[in-house]
Design a binder for this molecule. Structure first.
Ligand SMILES: Cc1cc2nc3c(=O)[nH]c(=O)nc-3n(C[C@H](O)[C@H](O)[C@H](O)COP(=O)(O)OP(=O)(O)OC[C@H]3O[C@@H](n4cnc5c(N)ncnc54)[C@H](O)[C@@H]3O)c2cc1C
Length: 388
């Protein structure tokens, strides 16, 4: 064991979107924290992500919306098509009572903006947590390299596979959705997409999201058994074969992708937990409520967590009460997202021709007002509503 290090009162485990945004929110609330991250460095990797209005409002509350907006590309609408390119449904978040557009951004760009808000001396890379021990003064965090630190309070933002959640909540289980996903970024300047789209067909789902500067973030989702390793090897040729009968520009986008940068993973979520707070330790982001990506709300909820947690800590001088208050404010909304997204995934991934036909008719007939009211429930939240 190396020598003990006492760092900040608050230690955030994990420097993903949840961890970085929380450190920024705490800093704004006058609370110093230290982030501990397993990766040796923050590399410009990953594909794209869509930040919905609720996340953008949270960033506005933190005073960094303009910087994030400048690094991303507004998404003017989201359309759903069938595989022949026939429109099934369309929503326009910038209008219909929602006062922002969604924003598409490369994950690396988002990370860069978030990191730029923080003092690097409070970020420690290359430390993978392995275990937590409770002490009379808080927690002792043990790392895989044999070193450790002590901290009074812990915020666990380690993502869906959190080691520390497993230790504190061993009964928590991941659910495999039944579908697997590839993501990539194509360089295709000749394509001038103004909105995002999903195409739902019997071979699976294909999403297109313009990132600006000729780049298009895409995702391909296919039903599969769990952990089917042959899919890990799939490159542009294999994906083109699956989706080549889908409408333009899906095939061209696949072929315009650097296949070495394609990311593959099975889609899982976390069976909703009944607690996020455990004394002086709290779970946030995917470590607490990982969801399937069907509503594009996983990171958005992590960002909401950050502003709510900072507010709870400002309102309560006793930290464990602040953590309990956070749990109370976040359980219902995050459970709703997880469950709703799970159901949406089942509908989007139908592969039975008859059921697909019925679903597409229902989608086409669904009034825009109904779609917008559902969207508003998720996206049109004020900061006041989140903390009430
Ligand atoms: C295909 C797909 C598409 C998605 N699209 C969207 C979208 O468009 N919009 C949206 O809002 N959400 C989307 N999401 C969800 C979003 O990616 C996650 O909700 C979000 O990244 C969660 O952030 P996090 O910081 O909680 O976890 P993570 O991003 O997983 O970050 C966890 C961090 O903790 C670190 N870590 C892990 N274990 C340890 C350890 N033992 N010790 C130290 N550090 C550790 C990791 O290295 C990582 O940096 C999508 C997800 C998928 C799978």
């Amino acid at each position: 064991m190396k020598t003990q290090n006492f760092i900040s009162n608050f230690v955030i485990l994990g420097g993903g979107i949840a961890g970085l945004t929380t450190a920024i929110a705490l800093k704004k609330a006058g609370i110093e924290s230290t982030i501990i991250e397993a990766a040796p460095e923050f590399k410009p990797v990953g594909a794209g992500i869509v930040l919905a209005v609720n996340a953008l409002k949270a960033y506005q509350h933190l005073g960094i919306y303009t910087k994030i907006r400048a690094a991303g590309n507004p998404v003017r609408h989201l359309a759903i098509y069938n595989d022949k390119g026939k429109l099934l449904s369309k929503i326009q978040p910038g209008v219909n009572g929602l006062d922002y557009e969604n924003l598409a951004i490369h994950r690396a760009s988002l990370h860069q903006v978030l990191l730029a808000q923080l003092d690097k001396t409070f970020i420690i890379n290359n430390k993978k947590t392995s275990q937590i021990k409770t002490t009379s003064e808080g927690y002792k965090v043990l790392f895989e390299d044999g070193s450790f630190i002590s901290s009074r309070y812990l915020i666990v933002a380690e993502g869906i596979h959190s080691v520390i959640r497993r230790q504190f909540f061993p009964q928590a289980t991941l659910r495999y959705s039944g579908y697997t996903c590839w993501r990539g970024v194509a360089d295709i300047p000749e394509l001038n997409l103004t909105g995002a789209s999903e195409t739902w067909g019997k071979n699976g789902r294909f999403g297109l999201v313009p990132l600006g500067n000729g780049k298009v973030y895409w995702f391909a989702v296919k039903n599969s058994t769990h952990d089917n390793r042959k899919y890990q090897q799939f490159g542009t040729r294999e994906l083109f074969e699956i989706f080549n009968e889908y409408h333009h520009p899906i095939g061209s986008v696949i072929l315009a992708t650097d296949e070495d940068l394609i990311i593959w993973n099975d889609i899982c979520d976390l069976n909703p937990l009944i607690h996020y707070a455990f004394g002086d330790l709290v779970l946030i982001g995917d470590a607490a409520h990982a969801t399937t990506p069907n509503m594009g709300q996983g990171a958005c909820q992590a960002i909401e967590d950050a502003v709510v947690l900072a507010n709870c800590l400002q309102e309560n001088s006793i930290v464990r009460e602040a953590f309990l208050s956070f749990e109370k404010k976040r359980l219902k909304r995050t459970h709703f997202i997880v469950n709703q997204s799970w159901k949406m995934g089942k509908m989007a991934q139908l592969d039975n021709k008859t059921l697909i036909g019925i679903r597409n008719i229902v989608l086409r007939l669904m009034p825009e007002s109904l779609i917008n009211s559902r969207l508003k429930h998720v996206c049109n939240v004020t900061f006041k509503k989140l903390i009430d």
